[in-house]
Design a protein. Structure first.
Length: 286
């Protein structure tokens, strides 16, 4: 009897120790296990890291919705989060190449917050507040995450996303539907900017037109845009398409997932990165 009592006591102490040990151990959620996706062209992407996402019981109106990402030459990641109703304000989260969060901007006026790109020490971002006569292209210091210059954009072209071609030229993408005289498709405009004026200059003859829309959801939403040295990439729900700078050689690829993407880009090594929201997750090409 004494042996059994001592044995039971030992087991109880052991179970108590295990319980305490488990409480203090970091627990990885099942939703944060690394994943792999294979696109229709054979490209494989796997989880790189999980950026910030709201707590389960986030207060209504304070939600931070992941809308896009860009990366600098040193491997730092800049993620845009739209706040609340996703129409006016948001935040930029900066992660280093080891995926450590190093800075969060102050609340910024960003509109939907989807259009953002990095170029030579600066972030360029389009403020597309609904109902505005003009949108704003703003330059943001990549270190301080503070806005340092702004240019107006005519809202009539309704740019959804952008990629910087040079210090003075942004490429923006607008979507047209079947009701447009030219039909459904994409229009890529060059917006020229300068230090001595406060507006963008657009030459209609520089516009590139691509007929047809991609996407597996009814709205055919534009979810991301990237420019490489020889191709453009446009991302939608379920698919992305790429084509040469003159619009030729268009190729469309299925993501083969129903998850909503929020950005597609390439790092300095030429590896494709794709961003998904909800369980916020950044994937990288293998």
């Amino acid at each position: 009897m004494k042996f059994i009592t001592r044995f039971n006591l030992s087991i109880s102490i052991l179970l108590l120790f295990i319980t305490i040990f488990n409480i203090n151990m970091p627990i990885t959620s099942a939703k944060e296990q690394k994943n792999t996706l294979t696109f229709s062209n054979g490209t494989k992407v796997s989880t790189l890291f999980f950026p910030y996402r709201d707590k389960v019981n986030q207060k209504i109106g304070t939600e931070r919705s992941l809308q896009g990402m860009t990366i600098d030459a040193k491997g730092n990641y800049y993620l845009m989060y739209a706040l609340g109703d996703k129409t006016t304000y948001g935040y930029i989260y900066k992660y280093n190449k080891k995926f450590k969060l190093v800075k969060i901007s102050k609340k910024l006026r960003v509109g939907h917050g989807q259009a953002m790109d990095y170029h030579k020490g600066y972030l360029y971002q389009i403020v597309d507040v609904v109902g505005s006569k003009n949108y704003i292209l703003q330059r943001i210091d990549a270190n301080t995450l503070k806005v340092i210059k702004k240019w107006t954009i005519p809202a009539e072209i309704h740019p959804n996303v952008l990629a910087m071609e040079s210090d003075t030229t942004a490429i923006v993408v607008s979507k047209t539907t079947s009701s447009n005289v030219l039909g459904a498709g994409y229009e890529l405009n060059r917006l020229h900017i300068g230090e001595n004026f406060r507006y963008t200059i657009r030459h209609p003859r520089e516009k590139l037109r691509v007929d047809g829309l991609i996407g597996t959801t009814k709205g055919k939403e534009i979810q991301g845009f990237e420019r490489t040295k020889d191709r453009y990439y446009i991302l939608s729900n379920g698919e992305y398409t790429s084509f040469k700078h003159d619009g030729s050689d268009q190729q469309t690829v299925s993501l083969q997932t129903t998850r909503e993407p929020e950005g597609l880009l390439f790092n300095s090594k030429g590896k494709m990165l794709v961003l998904f929201n909800k369980v916020n997750e950044v994937f990288i090409e293998q």
